[in-house]
Design a protein around this ligand. Structure first.
Ligand code: CTP
Ligand code: MG
Length: 225
Protein backbone atom coordinates (compact mmCIF):
# COMPACT_ATOMS: atom_id res chain seq x y z
CA UNK A 1 0.00 0.00 0.00
CA UNK A 2 1.25 3.54 -0.73
CA UNK A 3 2.20 5.67 2.25
CA UNK A 4 -0.88 7.80 1.88
CA UNK A 5 -2.11 8.68 5.36
CA UNK A 6 -1.06 11.40 7.77
CA UNK A 7 -1.17 10.29 11.39
CA UNK A 8 -1.93 12.60 14.33
CA UNK A 9 -0.77 11.23 17.68
CA UNK A 10 -2.35 12.79 20.77
CA UNK A 11 0.36 12.26 23.41
CA UNK A 12 -0.17 15.29 25.61
CA UNK A 13 -1.91 13.64 28.56
CA UNK A 14 -0.45 13.53 32.07
CA UNK A 15 -1.14 9.87 32.67
CA UNK A 16 -2.81 10.41 36.04
CA UNK A 17 -3.97 6.82 36.30
CA UNK A 18 -0.52 5.48 35.50
CA UNK A 19 0.90 7.72 38.20
CA UNK A 20 4.46 8.03 36.91
CA UNK A 21 6.60 11.11 37.50
CA UNK A 22 6.85 11.62 33.73
CA UNK A 23 3.88 12.08 31.39
CA UNK A 24 2.59 8.72 30.11
CA UNK A 25 3.93 9.16 26.56
CA UNK A 26 7.49 9.26 27.93
CA UNK A 27 7.15 6.23 30.19
CA UNK A 28 9.40 3.46 28.90
CA UNK A 29 8.50 -0.11 27.99
CA UNK A 30 11.56 -2.28 27.37
CA UNK A 31 13.59 0.94 27.60
CA UNK A 32 11.70 2.79 24.86
CA UNK A 33 9.16 5.60 25.50
CA UNK A 34 5.55 4.73 24.68
CA UNK A 35 5.32 7.56 22.15
CA UNK A 36 8.32 6.15 20.26
CA UNK A 37 6.71 2.69 20.19
CA UNK A 38 3.49 4.25 18.90
CA UNK A 39 5.14 6.32 16.16
CA UNK A 40 7.34 3.44 15.02
CA UNK A 41 4.27 1.24 14.81
CA UNK A 42 2.55 3.76 12.55
CA UNK A 43 5.60 4.10 10.29
CA UNK A 44 6.12 0.33 10.17
CA UNK A 45 2.60 -0.15 8.84
CA UNK A 46 3.87 1.21 5.52
CA UNK A 47 0.83 3.36 4.79
CA UNK A 48 1.67 6.48 6.84
CA UNK A 49 3.78 9.18 5.23
CA UNK A 50 3.85 11.75 8.02
CA UNK A 51 3.35 11.67 11.80
CA UNK A 52 2.47 14.72 13.91
CA UNK A 53 2.69 14.27 17.68
CA UNK A 54 0.92 16.53 20.21
CA UNK A 55 3.23 16.58 23.24
CA UNK A 56 2.63 17.56 26.87
CA UNK A 57 3.25 21.31 27.24
CA UNK A 58 5.85 20.66 29.95
CA UNK A 59 7.69 18.08 27.83
CA UNK A 60 7.65 19.31 24.22
CA UNK A 61 11.44 19.37 23.93
CA UNK A 62 11.82 16.03 25.70
CA UNK A 63 9.28 14.44 23.35
CA UNK A 64 11.01 15.96 20.35
CA UNK A 65 14.34 14.59 21.59
CA UNK A 66 13.23 10.97 22.07
CA UNK A 67 11.48 10.90 18.70
CA UNK A 68 14.50 12.45 16.95
CA UNK A 69 16.90 10.04 18.68
CA UNK A 70 14.78 7.16 17.44
CA UNK A 71 15.05 8.56 13.90
CA UNK A 72 11.29 8.79 13.41
CA UNK A 73 11.18 12.18 11.68
CA UNK A 74 7.92 12.96 13.48
CA UNK A 75 6.79 16.57 13.80
CA UNK A 76 6.16 17.50 17.46
CA UNK A 77 3.79 20.30 18.47
CA UNK A 78 2.52 21.43 21.88
CA UNK A 79 -0.69 19.63 22.83
CA UNK A 80 -3.89 21.00 24.33
CA UNK A 81 -6.05 20.84 27.43
CA UNK A 82 -7.87 17.66 26.38
CA UNK A 83 -7.45 14.97 23.74
CA UNK A 84 -9.69 16.73 21.24
CA UNK A 85 -7.72 19.93 21.59
CA UNK A 86 -4.47 18.02 21.07
CA UNK A 87 -5.90 16.45 17.89
CA UNK A 88 -7.00 19.88 16.66
CA UNK A 89 -3.54 21.36 17.23
CA UNK A 90 -1.80 18.44 15.51
CA UNK A 91 -4.21 18.70 12.59
CA UNK A 92 -3.49 22.40 12.24
CA UNK A 93 0.25 21.70 12.12
CA UNK A 94 -0.25 18.97 9.52
CA UNK A 95 -2.33 21.32 7.36
CA UNK A 96 0.20 24.14 7.71
CA UNK A 97 2.75 21.78 6.24
CA UNK A 98 0.81 20.07 3.47
CA UNK A 99 -2.24 20.87 1.39
CA UNK A 100 -2.38 17.38 -0.03
CA UNK A 101 -3.89 15.38 2.82
CA UNK A 102 -6.69 12.95 2.12
CA UNK A 103 -6.62 10.28 4.82
CA UNK A 104 -5.95 11.16 8.45
CA UNK A 105 -5.40 8.74 11.32
CA UNK A 106 -5.84 9.73 14.96
CA UNK A 107 -3.85 7.35 17.12
CA UNK A 108 -3.31 7.50 20.88
CA UNK A 109 0.31 7.33 22.00
CA UNK A 110 -1.04 5.13 24.79
CA UNK A 111 -2.01 2.43 22.23
CA UNK A 112 1.65 1.97 21.50
CA UNK A 113 1.54 -1.71 20.51
CA UNK A 114 -1.18 -1.65 17.87
CA UNK A 115 -0.47 -4.30 15.21
CA UNK A 116 0.49 -2.85 11.80
CA UNK A 117 -2.21 -4.96 10.11
CA UNK A 118 -4.85 -3.08 12.09
CA UNK A 119 -3.39 0.28 11.05
CA UNK A 120 -3.41 -0.87 7.42
CA UNK A 121 -7.01 -2.08 7.74
CA UNK A 122 -8.17 1.35 8.94
CA UNK A 123 -6.36 3.16 6.11
CA UNK A 124 -7.65 0.66 3.57
CA UNK A 125 -11.23 1.17 4.75
CA UNK A 126 -10.98 4.96 4.34
CA UNK A 127 -9.21 4.53 0.98
CA UNK A 128 -12.11 2.29 -0.08
CA UNK A 129 -14.63 5.05 0.61
CA UNK A 130 -15.52 4.98 4.32
CA UNK A 131 -15.61 8.58 5.63
CA UNK A 132 -14.80 7.54 9.22
CA UNK A 133 -13.54 4.26 10.67
CA UNK A 134 -13.03 2.96 14.21
CA UNK A 135 -11.43 -0.35 15.23
CA UNK A 136 -13.62 -2.11 17.78
CA UNK A 137 -13.68 -5.21 19.94
CA UNK A 138 -16.65 -7.01 21.46
CA UNK A 139 -17.11 -6.28 25.15
CA UNK A 140 -16.06 -9.34 27.17
CA UNK A 141 -17.25 -8.35 30.63
CA UNK A 142 -20.84 -8.35 31.80
CA UNK A 143 -21.82 -4.68 32.00
CA UNK A 144 -23.96 -3.45 34.89
CA UNK A 145 -25.75 -0.15 35.29
CA UNK A 146 -25.56 1.30 38.82
CA UNK A 147 -27.25 4.15 40.64
CA UNK A 148 -25.67 7.03 42.55
CA UNK A 149 -25.10 4.71 45.53
CA UNK A 150 -23.30 2.11 43.35
CA UNK A 151 -26.20 -0.33 43.70
CA UNK A 152 -26.84 -2.42 40.59
CA UNK A 153 -29.98 -1.38 38.74
CA UNK A 154 -29.63 -3.55 35.65
CA UNK A 155 -27.54 -5.45 33.15
CA UNK A 156 -26.71 -3.83 29.81
CA UNK A 157 -26.90 -6.16 26.83
CA UNK A 158 -23.46 -6.67 25.30
CA UNK A 159 -24.73 -7.52 21.85
CA UNK A 160 -24.64 -3.98 20.50
CA UNK A 161 -21.71 -2.71 22.59
CA UNK A 162 -18.16 -2.43 21.27
CA UNK A 163 -14.96 -1.18 22.90
CA UNK A 164 -13.33 1.42 20.66
CA UNK A 165 -9.61 1.49 19.91
CA UNK A 166 -7.36 3.61 17.72
CA UNK A 167 -6.24 4.51 15.10
CA UNK A 168 -9.48 6.17 14.10
CA UNK A 169 -9.45 6.92 10.37
CA UNK A 170 -11.07 9.87 8.62
CA UNK A 171 -11.17 11.68 5.35
CA UNK A 172 -9.72 15.14 5.90
CA UNK A 173 -13.01 17.03 5.63
CA UNK A 174 -14.77 14.68 8.03
CA UNK A 175 -12.02 15.05 10.63
CA UNK A 176 -12.18 18.84 10.29
CA UNK A 177 -15.93 18.68 10.96
CA UNK A 178 -15.42 16.17 13.78
CA UNK A 179 -12.97 18.53 15.49
CA UNK A 180 -15.54 21.34 15.36
CA UNK A 181 -18.25 19.08 16.81
CA UNK A 182 -15.89 17.71 19.44
CA UNK A 183 -15.00 21.20 20.61
CA UNK A 184 -18.59 21.29 21.86
CA UNK A 185 -17.95 18.26 24.04
CA UNK A 186 -18.73 15.31 21.76
CA UNK A 187 -16.33 12.46 21.02
CA UNK A 188 -14.51 12.72 17.67
CA UNK A 189 -16.74 10.13 16.07
CA UNK A 190 -19.97 11.48 17.52
CA UNK A 191 -22.14 13.90 15.60
CA UNK A 192 -19.99 13.97 12.45
CA UNK A 193 -23.06 13.38 10.31
CA UNK A 194 -21.59 10.48 8.32
CA UNK A 195 -21.73 6.74 8.92
CA UNK A 196 -18.88 5.50 11.11
CA UNK A 197 -17.55 2.16 9.89
CA UNK A 198 -15.82 -0.37 12.09
CA UNK A 199 -12.94 -2.77 11.52
CA UNK A 200 -11.88 -5.52 13.91
CA UNK A 201 -9.66 -4.30 16.73
CA UNK A 202 -6.96 -6.34 18.44
CA UNK A 203 -6.11 -7.05 22.10
CA UNK A 204 -2.55 -5.79 21.55
CA UNK A 205 -3.99 -2.35 20.69
CA UNK A 206 -4.97 -1.98 24.35
CA UNK A 207 -4.61 1.45 25.88
CA UNK A 208 -1.85 1.59 28.49
CA UNK A 209 -3.76 3.27 31.30
CA UNK A 210 -2.70 1.72 34.61
CA UNK A 211 0.49 0.18 36.07
CA UNK A 212 -1.12 -3.21 35.40
CA UNK A 213 -1.37 -2.36 31.68
CA UNK A 214 2.29 -1.35 31.71
CA UNK A 215 3.22 -4.76 33.11
CA UNK A 216 1.12 -6.42 30.39
CA UNK A 217 2.92 -4.35 27.74
CA UNK A 218 6.33 -5.34 29.10
CA UNK A 219 5.28 -8.98 28.98
CA UNK A 220 3.83 -8.61 25.48
CA UNK A 221 7.09 -7.26 24.09
CA UNK A 222 9.09 -9.80 26.07
CA UNK A 223 7.12 -12.58 24.43
CA UNK A 224 7.99 -11.19 20.98
CA UNK A 225 11.77 -11.02 21.49
N1 CTP B 1 -4.20 13.18 25.41
C1 CTP B 1 -3.75 14.34 24.78
N2 CTP B 1 -3.99 15.56 25.34
C2 CTP B 1 -4.64 15.66 26.51
C3 CTP B 1 -5.11 14.49 27.17
C4 CTP B 1 -4.89 13.25 26.59
O1 CTP B 1 -3.12 14.25 23.73
N3 CTP B 1 -4.81 16.87 27.03
C5 CTP B 1 -3.86 11.86 24.85
C6 CTP B 1 -3.05 11.00 25.82
O2 CTP B 1 -1.68 11.40 25.80
C7 CTP B 1 -3.28 9.61 25.30
C8 CTP B 1 -4.66 9.72 24.64
O3 CTP B 1 -5.00 11.10 24.56
O4 CTP B 1 -2.33 9.20 24.32
C9 CTP B 1 -5.70 8.95 25.45
O5 CTP B 1 -5.85 9.53 26.74
P1 CTP B 1 -5.61 8.76 28.11
O6 CTP B 1 -5.29 7.34 27.89
O7 CTP B 1 -6.72 9.14 29.02
O8 CTP B 1 -4.22 9.41 28.62
P2 CTP B 1 -4.01 10.46 29.78
O9 CTP B 1 -5.05 11.51 29.71
O10 CTP B 1 -2.59 10.87 29.70
O11 CTP B 1 -4.20 9.53 31.08
P3 CTP B 1 -5.09 9.85 32.38
O12 CTP B 1 -6.50 10.06 31.87
O13 CTP B 1 -4.93 8.65 33.23
O14 CTP B 1 -4.50 11.10 32.98
MG1 MG C 1 -7.16 11.00 30.04
Amino acid sequence: MDAEAVALVPAAGRGERLGDRDPKALVRVRGIPLVVHAVRGLLNAGCVRRVVVAAPLSHVDATRAVLADAGTGALVVPGGADRTDSVRLALRAALDESHDIQIVLVHDAARAFTPPEMIRAVVAAVAAGAPAVVPVLPVADTVKRVDAGEFVTGTVSRTDLRAAQTPQGFTLDVLCRACEAAAAGAGLTDRVGVPISTVPGHPAAMKVTTPFDLAVAEALLGAET
